[in-house]
Design a protein around this ligand. Structure first.
Ligand SMILES: [Zn+2]
Length: 82
């Protein structure tokens, strides 16, 4: 029941896998935890769960771009000023 072993304060060395404007993804090889940080929140996942999330996101992305009807219903670039 040691929460400390699951935190970042025990000498874990997180390795950054990717980063862009919305957030970043790091993995802790020691704990086997993938940290997905999106702006103000961080989700910690097992590598298997992260892989499932990545696949889920990829499928949604493909669908979004493959299906014009879905894309048309999206409030695309809602923040763009004219
Ligand atoms: Zn760790």
């Amino acid at each position: 029941m040691s929460r400390e072993s699951f935190s970042a304060n025990t000498g874990c060395q997180h390795v950054e896998l990717a980063r862009n404007t919305i957030g970043h993804v790091q993995i802790c090889p020691d704990c086997g935890v993938v940290h997905v940080s999106l702006q103000s929140m961080t989700v910690r996942l097992t590598p298997d769960a992260f892989e499932a999330l990545a696949e889920l996101t990829r499928q949604a992305y493909v669908r979004l771009h493959a299906d014009a009807r879905v894309f048309a219903q999206t409030p695309a670039h809602a923040g763009v000023a004219h």
